[in-house]
Write a protein that binds this ligand. Structure first.
Ligand SMILES: [Zn+2]
Ligand SMILES: [Zn+2]
Length: 331
């Protein structure tokens, strides 16, 4: 039943929506950043991008300390929760959600904390310099980052600002889920199954979750939510035809053959996009964002074949700085 463009949920639909959360959605857990840091250090050993992976691990450690500090963020109202559910939209859209000043305070605290923990040789001065940048500069950069606008984006500052945005959105999602009142669950299915149902971001990668009978989930690179998405289906155009899997053979990064690679690229010949498909059953320390960063060679291999990356990793952006907007922002 529809009124105008709004869907009216029946009590049955509301119940289904609440019940489905268990299997459809896996919201970010308290240890999300700690697990990421652990995995990044594991992957960094002997890796060509080891220094970068260890730097991102420092960021993730600081994100974990900040998340553990239980800082409250302003949450959506019951009216906003209701409207998002009825419109089939993500409740906390990355580009449109108003960022309250607490996110900037937290970003600066995060950067100062990171700088304190960096070793000699790591870019401590650059981190402190960014912490001292103006609100206006940080907000402008954050807006470009979340909007996928490469024009004018400071690529050196981007991973640091992204870390602050990830922290903010993980807080938003976790606290909203913990405190949401009313019969309608704060998060559930939305109209576009290829976008994060919590924040509307494109996935960083997909994975066959352990303990889910091989069900495939898309993983959000901003708020770390994982949501169910049918297997062997393009995460860009939703085609189920022309899907093939590519992987590296016997490289240092995967040390595996094509058939049992931990990370594969799911390629779509219908639209020419690919998204990584990861298999925790083959390496149970796997963490989507970390494993994405560590398999850049797979991106190079697949993009040489002319395919475009669908995954978004805010810590390592693809595309030219003078490109605006970058590919794949047509959603
Ligand atoms: Zn998200
Ligand atoms: Zn496609």
């Amino acid at each position: 039943m529809t009124v105008g463009t709004q869907k009216i949920l029946s009590p049955e639909e509301i119940a289904v929506r609440a019940g489905e959360q268990l299997s459809f959605l896996h919201l970010p857990e308290a240890g999300v950043f700690a697990e990421r840091a652990l995995r990044l250090r594991e992957l960094a050993a002997g890796h060509a991008m080891g220094d970068f992976l260890r730097f991102v691990a420092e960021l993730a450690d600081a994100q974990h300390r900040a998340l553990s500090a239980q800082v409250a963020v302003p949450l959506p109202t019951p009216g906003q929760i209701d409207a998002a559910a009825r419109n089939g939209q993500p409740l906390l859209p990355a580009e449109a959600w108003r960022r309250e000043p607490v996110w900037l305070e937290s970003l600066r605290a995060l950067l100062n904390d990171v700088a304190r923990h960096l070793a000699d040789g790591q870019p401590k001065a650059a981190v402190l310099q960014l912490a001292a940048a103006s609100d206006e500069y940080l907000e402008t950069q954050a807006g470009r980052l979340l909007g996928g606008v490469m024009l004018g984006l400071d690529l050196a500052a981007a991973p640091l600002i992204a870390a602050g945005l990830q922290l903010h959105w993980v807080r938003l999602v976790r606290q909203t889920a913990a405190h949401a009142p009313g019969p309608i669950a704060a998060f559930g299915r939305t109209d576009d199954p290829t976008l994060c149902p919590c924040c509307g971001s494109r996935p960083v990668a997909s994975l066959e979750r352990l303990g889910s009978d091989g069900a495939r989930y898309l993983a959000c690179g901003l708020c770390a939510t994982q949501w169910h998405y049918v297997r062997i289906k393009c995460a860009h155009c939703q085609s189920t035809k022309g899907i093939s899997l590519q992987s590296l053979v016997g490289t240092d990064e995967t040390n595996s053959t094509t058939a049992d690679a931990v990370v594969q690229a799911e390629c779509c010949s219908e639209c020419g996009h690919y998204l990584k498909l990861m298999h925790p059953a083959r390496d149970n320390g796997l963490e989507p964002l970390a494993d994405d960063l560590a398999t850049l060679t797979l991106d190079l291999l697949v993009s040489e074949a002319g395919l475009q990356r669908q995954g978004v990793n805010l810590l390592l952006l693809f595309g030219e700085p003078d490109e605006a907007p970058p590919p794949g922002r047509e959603h």
